[in-house]
Design a binder for this molecule. Structure first.
Ligand code: FES
Length: 692
């Protein structure tokens, strides 16, 4: 290995990382990978017993790289590799890189084991390769037996061989293991596998678990603790494969639906914080049990856990009183990444397991937003990317590789169906899509649980079991946008009562008007969209847009290039309708994408590669936090954003694809009779409330 390199040495290119170098004939492929910093797993230390170091040769003429690669450019299988193949089996084309040596030019594929990496790459919405470099490494060693003439302890000889075989210097050993070491070493004739944890907080790597013989398994969990849902992936740290994924509802809901009511619960009940911490930890433990059962994994084989959460959930989970987050200046107890032993936070996995929480960006922009930021990477972009996670509090990140700014905006629960007369959570029976004929004003809609539209034959039968029970968040966006496009509401969001003459679906309620979406069968509710519903949506969307606009002003840009919707809500809304409503700024529609649980994907990335932990810690420190409550022009931006799509901002790209109603001239203002000072002052009051 230390032989001098010369230009006639074989050239080896590793894919997908693209790293390349020349190595003398006879160099084991695993050594070449290590020298180039290409991550290839190994548990047995090159003894050809763990099978973790598999690679594949890509054959052919790679003219661009000036490499003709062939299987023959690897040494033939030796006895150890043949034994492994006989006993454990090797998929066709795979070789053990610890045994195969370089004999000629090669293009080598390091299989990115499967689903997980595909998932991470897709969610990261780029061609980046997520290389594995987890914080836990499994190291098999054969320890020297005790000798009366060498009075070193068993533990010291274990450390010596871990240094000699694996290069671990100055290892720490978790104190709980010390009384166990002698028994474990003797069980399999001095052969053991050490689980070694290496991450920033420890300047010294630490043996966190020890097993007799070869232990060829190590798992981790990536968990997103949301206010309503907790989502978890169980991942093999050795192959990178997601073994199981699942979710559960956050039991803290019983203490309060939204975050602020949970903070109030803590403030008003002496043991409120403890009760909520206990509830969320129990839910996480139950979910670990569920994913382990699904993946047939022993929970004690979990060595590392990564968590993301919004600031209040983050604090409650870590046992921190969140009271300060309920009031200005919204001080976080800790904003940086937190690490510790899982047993210190009551998480029941391996006794030596560690946990890591991503850093929080600000008092209202949490580790979940940091996870989404890591996943989508606005700071990696040349173009201006807007990343929004819409919940009761929208978390907004805007930036590119030069500068990233972040804020949160109090959208309230309207987008989740609360505060809407016929609103409900997305569940079977909820209307999820709506279209309105601009001529007849007749609607057609689809409900969760059937693929048929309401005007299709068989809809009534198909929807019979679920019923048609209400409108969920995605349909609330669509119905208000469609009401605007069909002229039922003005750009100020006022239902045009004069249309009563044209359609029986416009109905009067005192001084305002509603739109009848569905009459309802016997026993089913009548589903209408009232003036108050529209106001609630306007207030929510104006809060979000004003927050976005504030960040755009900070960045000095008039438009954004790409928009990423994170979270469940974003997965269901149609970007076109979100834009018609003016929820998001004008943008090429093909550049608006839902990215699912990006926060969870970020947690997964931090679990699989500790370099991503350093990356997001560094980025979060650089992100500029904007507090909307302190910005003097938030109120004006909010008032402008009450209009559909917006009182002042043009939407030229949207107009290319959707026929928007003509804009009213400024002098027309008030022509609807409802755009009165009374309503204005209500909006202003709402804006003030939001600022406060
Ligand atoms: Fe274990 Fe190659 S390193 S089989």
């Amino acid at each position: 290995m230390n032989a001098p390199l010369n230009s006639t040495d074989p050239l080896v290119l590793f894919m997908p990382s693209g790293k390349r170098g020349r190595f003398p004939v006879g160099t084991p492929v695993l050594d070449a990978a290590r020298q180039l910093g290409v991550y290839v797993e190994s548990v047995c230390g090159g003894r050809a017993t763990c099978g973790r170091c598999q690679i594949e040769v890509q054959e052919g003429n790679f003219a661009k790289h000036k490499i003709v690669s062939s299987l023959d450019h690897l040494s033939p299988k030796g006895p150890k590799e043949e034994r492994y193949e006989r006993v454990r089996g090797l998929p066709e084309g795979r070789r053990l890189s610890c045994s195969a040596t370089i004999q000629g030019d090669l293009v080598i594929d390091v299989p990115q084991d499967t689903v997980i990496n595909a998932q991470v790459v897709r969610k990261a919405a780029s061609d980046r390769v997520i290389e594995r470099n987890s914080a836990v490494q499994m190291c098999y060693v054969e320890v020297e037996q005790p000798d009366m003439h060498k009075p070193t302890g068993d533990l010291e000889r274990l450390k010596t061989v871990l240094q000699d075989d694996w290069g671990w210097k100055d290892l720490r050993v978790a104190p709980y293991l010390i009384p166990e070491v002698q028994k474990i070493l003797r069980k399999e004739n001095w052969a053991v596998t050490a689980a070694i944890h290496k991450d920033m907080e420890f300047s010294r790597a630490t043996v966190i678990a020890l097993y007799p013989g070869l232990k060829n398994e190590a798992y981790g969990i990536a968990c997103d603790i949301g206010s309503t849902t907790i989502a978890m992936h169980l991942v093999s740290l050795l192959s990178g494969r997601v073994v199981a994924s699942s979710g559960t509802s956050n039991p803290q809901i019983r203490f309060g639906e939204d975050l602020m009511s949970r903070v109030s619960y803590v403030m008003m009940n002496p043991d409120g914080r403890e009760a909520m911490t206990k509830a969320v930890r129990e839910a996480v433990n139950t979910l670990i049990g569920k994913v382990c059962e699904e993946g047939s994994v022993d929970r004690h084989d979990i060595f590392d856990c990564v968590f993301v959460a919004n600031p209040i959930m983050h604090h409650l989970f870590l046992g921190i009183d969140p009271t300060e987050l309920g009031q200005a200046p919204f001080a976080l107890a800790v904003s940086g990444a937190v690490q510790g032993w899982t047993n210190e936070i009551g998480i029941d996995v391996n006794r030596g397991a560690r946990f890591y929480t991503l850093p929080c960006i600000a008092g209202h922009v949490g580790a979940d937003a940091a996870g989404a930021t890591l996943s989508e990477g606005p700071y990696r972009q040349d173009s201006m990317m807007l990343l929004v996670d819409v919940g009761t509090n929208a978390e907004i990140v805007l930036g590119n590789k030069n500068r990233v700014v972040a804020a949160s905006s109090p959208t309230g629960p309207a987008f989740e169906g609360a505060e809407i007369s016929s609103g409900q959570r997305a569940a079977p029976g909820a209307i999820e899509r709506v279209r309105i004929d601009p001529e007849t004003l007749e609607p057609r809609y689809r409900v969760i649980g059937t693929d048929k539209w309401s005007d299709e034959e068989g809809f009534e039968e198909a929807s019979w079991t679920t019923g048609v029970t209400g409108i969920c968040g995605s349909a609330i966006i669509e119905v208000v946008a469609e009401m605007y496009l069909s002229g039922i509401i003005s750009e100020d969001g006022v239902v045009d009562g004069s249309l009563m003459a044209k359609s029986p679906r416009i109905i009067q309620n005192g001084r305002t008007f509603s739109y009848l979406l569905r009459e309802g069968r016997q026993g089913e509710p009548r589903i209408t969209v009232t003036q108050n519903d529209i106001r609630a949506i306007q207030l929510a969307k104006a809060a979000l847009y004003a927050g976005v606009k504030l960040l755009m002003e900070k960045q000095g840009v008039e438009t954004v290039d790409t928009i990423r919707f994170a979270g469940a809500f974003g997965s269901f809304i149609d970007p076109k309708y979100a834009m018609v409503l003016g929820l998001i700024p004008d943008c090429d529609l093909s550049e608006v994408k839902a990215v699912g649980n990006a926060a969870g994907t970020g947690a997964l990335m931090a679990l699989l590669n500790r370099d991503h932990r350093r990356e997001i810690e560094k980025q979060v420190a650089k992100i500029e936090k904007i507090e909307t409550a302190l910005e003097p022009n938030f109120q004006q931006l909010f008032i402008d954003a009450m209009a559909l799509p917006n009182k002042v901002d043009p939407f030229p790209k949207l107009a290319e694809q959707v026929k928007l109603p003509p804009r009213k001239a400024a002098s027309d203002e008030g022509a609807t009779g409802d755009a009165t000072p009374r309503r204005r002052s209500r909006e202003e009051r709402a804006a003030r409330r939001n600022r406060e």
